[in-house]
Design a protein around this ligand. Structure first.
Ligand SMILES: Cc1cc2nc3c(=O)[nH]c(=O)nc-3n(C[C@H](O)[C@H](O)[C@H](O)COP(=O)(O)OP(=O)(O)OC[C@H]3O[C@@H](n4cnc5c(N)ncnc54)[C@H](O)[C@@H]3O)c2cc1C
Length: 294
């Protein structure tokens, strides 16, 4: 499945996607299996599998892609992160994904693993995702997607420069963009306006990250630079700390409301970061369907 073709096929209806990562333990694999039952019933247009930037964990990505596509029957997009890979490993990874039936690759640079202080990017690795997009396009007929940053990428020289490089990814062949998550829709709307003004014409799909726990929210936001907004801080402060599941329920309500606002503005899709959990995203999607928004 080519994601570019999905936008055409759905003719203006939002393309719904769920993101997963390789489970690192047997227990995590069992939990993912449970989540997959709920999320299969939510009928996404496709699911996607992240790629460990260290490079050495890529076997787990191949296995999860294979399982989701060939055992569980999902349409799948594989991610490739270039930072940990020599050109030969990159070619091998692309060939493996081709052999597993992938038609779309999401091309990212990747980040150094936070838990490994000794980590160094591969000395021969490509420097930027735009180079990866053209590397892929030169070798395979994959549809290629790339990442965009409504609040600007943490390392960007400026938001304008960041957009220049986003446009470069499109110029090298990226056919759609998935945006990093945000907790205020205005970041996304402003980003799309600026991207259009900079010549980016491909669909820009908003990323949605439900709040699962406060700790996870704080950690992820620190890593990717997402602003934790006042309505979130105020909403969380009102919760009873003794009430089991209160944060998860708040997270579902907050993300559902965010999605309503996005869908009402006619976004091309919704990309959910599931963190390999089933309940939150399946509840959000079901609510939006019941309300006739999907
Ligand atoms: C939807 C989504 C999925 C993701 N999945 C993964 C994953 O599976 N694995 C993983 O490791 N990470 C993943 N990430 C995180 C991503 O790898 C990081 O955000 C990373 O820091 C940047 O990746 P990129 O592809 O945007 O890089 P790039 O587009 O290369 O940008 C990186 C930085 O370099 C700057 N830049 C770009 N081109 C140039 C240039 N020519 N000259 C100077 N500066 C330049 C940009 O402004 C930016 O600051 C994901 C992010 C998103 C939004």
């Amino acid at each position: 499945m080519r994601v570019s073709g999905l936008f055409e096929k759905k003719a203006g209806k939002p393309v719904i996607s769920f993101e997963f990562s390789r489970p690192k333990t047997d227990k995590a694999a069992a939990n993912l299996d449970k989540a997959l039952v709920l999320l299969k019933a939510a009928e996404p247009d496709y699911v996607s599998v992240t790629f460990g930037a260290g490079g050495s964990t890529r076997e787990g990505s191949f296995q999860l892609v294979d399982k989701l596509k060939n055992e569980k029957g999902f349409e799948v997009v594989a991610y490739v992160a270039s930072v940990g890979l020599a050109p030969g490993d990159l070619v091998e990874s692309l060939d493996r994904f081709k052999a597993l039936g992938m038609e779309t690759i999401f091309a990212i640079r990747g980040d150094a693993p936070t838990w490994d202080e000794s980590y160094k990017p591969h000395p021969e690795a490509l420097s930027y995702a735009s180079e990866l997009v053209s590397f892929i396009k030169e070798r395979h007929d994959f549809c290629v997607g790339a990442a965009g940053y409504p609040e600007g990428h943490l390392e960007a020289e400026s938001k304008d420069k960041d957009l220049e490089y986003l446009k470069l990814k499109q110029d090298q062949g990226a056919e759609y963009i998935v945006a990093q998550y945000f907790y205020d829709n205005q970041y996304y709307f402003d980003f799309v306006d600026r991207a259009r003004a900079a010549g980016v014409t491909v669909p820009i799909v908003p990323g949605v990250m439900p709040i699962y726990t406060v700790k996870l929210m704080e950690n992820l936001a620190r890593l990717c630079g997402a602003t934790i907004t006042d309505p979130i801080r105020e909403g969380l402060a009102k919760l009873d700390p003794e009430e089991k599941g209160a944060v998860g329920r708040f997270g579902i309500e907050f993300a559902t409301e965010q999605c309503r606002g996005l869908l009402k503005q006619g976004v091309p899709g919704l990309h959910f970061y599931t963190m390999n959990r089933g309940k939150g995203v399946s509840t959000i999607v079901q609510t939006l369907r019941d309300e006739g928004l999907l």
